[in-house]
Design a protein around this ligand. Structure first.
Ligand SMILES: [Zn+2]
Length: 252
């Protein structure tokens, strides 16, 4: 239904969904739009499945050959405790996987990078919880050490944010960390080259688009799913991402 028609050739669409917090929005939060209520999250997965979308890993979405099915991969930035509590069980139940991007210095604490915006009350997963997800086959990626705007850092600090976070996560988890999420989606060519030099195999941004629209494996677009994403907003976003008119799943 959502497969693009190009003459007689059918081209499957692959998208990466970006989530932050799974829970009821806190009215006092300045980033309340980042919350997706648990029933809405379940509903989104149900709609995608009902419309024939296949949930796959990020790695497969980026590198895997298409078998003609539309596919989606799930990513969660910041490693909020609410993702462990409300999304992880649902995903396990449905046999889905996801990539979790961890801010290494904030593991087991709160979202310190949002303090200046008056919103540093969200708990971050503990190392044990992150390990549990990794043991269940979820990919753990780096979201740097401290969640800075990377383009504003000098070369040495940039290298430490990318290299040290990767190595510390690998030491803690005992497995390779090959994916990076740029905090705030902030990146430029210098940051991309630093990510490549640090040994990452891919990096995701916050630019809206499909996987096919990626300019490189270090600029993978995503679709940012927000509090009202089951309705016209998600429909509009997917349409914009694929740049084609199509029937979109998950009608409100
Ligand atoms: Zn973030």
């Amino acid at each position: 239904m959502t497969t693009r028609e190009t003459g007689t050739v059918r081209t499957a669409t692959s998208i990466i969904l970006l989530y932050h917090r799974i829970g009821m929005p806190r009215p006092s939060s300045l980033v309340w739009g980042q919350y997706v209520a648990p029933p809405l999250f379940r509903s989104q997965l149900g709609c995608l499945a009902a419309e024939g979308w296949e949930g796959i890993s990020l790695e497969r979405a980026i590198t895997g050959p298409s078998d003609g099915r539309n596919t989606f991969a799930l990513t969660f930035d910041d490693a909020y405790l609410s993702v462990y509590e409300h999304a992880f069980p649902v995903l396990v139940e449905r046999g889905l996987t996801a990539t979790l991007y961890v801010v290494v210095d904030s593991v087991g604490t709160v979202n310190q990078w949002d303090c200046q915006r008056g919103d540093c009350v969200e708990r971050i997963m503990t190392l044990g919880q992150i390990r549990e997800m990794a043991d269940r086959g979820f990919e753990i990626g780096s979201h740097t050490l401290s969640h800075p705007h990377l383009t504003g850092l000098d070369d040495d600090r940039l290298r430490r944010e990318l290299v040290d976070s990767k190595h510390r996560l690998e030491d803690l988890l005992g497995r390779e960390v090959s994916s990076l999420s740029y905090p705030y989606g902030d990146h430029d060519q210098r940051v991309i080259e630093a990510a490549r030099a640090a040994g990452y195999r891919n990096a995701v941004s916050t630019v809206l688009g499909t996987v096919a629209a990626a300019r490189s494996t270090y600029e993978i677009p995503r679709i940012n799913v927000r509090w009202n994403a089951i309705g016209p907003l998600l429909k509009r976003k997917i349409r914009r991402a694929v740049r084609k008119t199509m029937v979109v799943p998950c009608q409100p």
